[in-house]
Write a protein that binds this ligand. Structure first.
Ligand code: DAT
Ligand code: MG
Length: 152
């Protein structure tokens, strides 16, 4: 199995509900190594670039508001960005996260335990985890400068 890097974002619902530590703990327990970590004030540009593959979805405008913390009252758009490295890191992090739709996520996954669909119909699924190698490479580069990551 290849050694991979992957991007995790603790989204504004996760930081708002004090789940950052839990996310880090679960990723530690999955045997992944943290190689980058920072709080980020998410610009509109960064949000749109991050989610560009979903630009044609009806929920895209709300996705941008959500990742920028606008649903959670943050003035400074805070998200915790984490980069992890390890064997099969992408798959392991996705397994820790659980299914995209919190109603379908297995109990014991972060989304299964703590995600919700709000009364306004928005998915709040606590974290982002890169979905495949191409996405992971693009996303780690988008959120971290090379000098912000531990060397391989
Ligand atoms: P994932 O975050 O599991 O990689 P994705 O990349 O398909 O899922 O979608 C990105 C985010 O968009 C997801 O975390 C929540 C939101 N989203 C996806 N599908 C949705 C849907 N059908 N309705 C509402 N929000 C959705
Ligand atoms: Mg995705």
């Amino acid at each position: 199995m290849a050694v991979e890097k992957t991007l995790i974002l603790v989204k504004p619902d996760g930081t708002h509900r004090k789940l950052t530590g839990l996310v880090i703990d679960r990723l530690d327990a999955a045997g992944l190594e943290m190689v980058g970590a920072k709080m980020v004030s998410v610009s509109e540009k960064l949000a749109r670039e991050h989610y560009k593959a979903l630009a044609d979805k009806p929920f895209f405008p709300d996705l941008i508001k959500y990742i920028r913390g606008e649903f959670h009252g943050f003035k400074d758009h805070r998200v915790m960005a984490l980069a992890y490295r390890g064997e099969n890191a992408i798959g392991k992090a996705r397994a820790v996260a659980g299914a995209t739709n919190p109603e379908h996520a297995s109990p014991g996954t972060i989304r299964g335990s703590f995600g919700r669909i709000t009364t306004t119909g928005h998915f709040e699924n606590v974290l982002h985890a890169s979905s495949d190698e191409a996405d992971a490479e693009r996303e780690v580069k988008l959120w971290f400068r090379p000098d912000e990551l531990l060397k391989d």
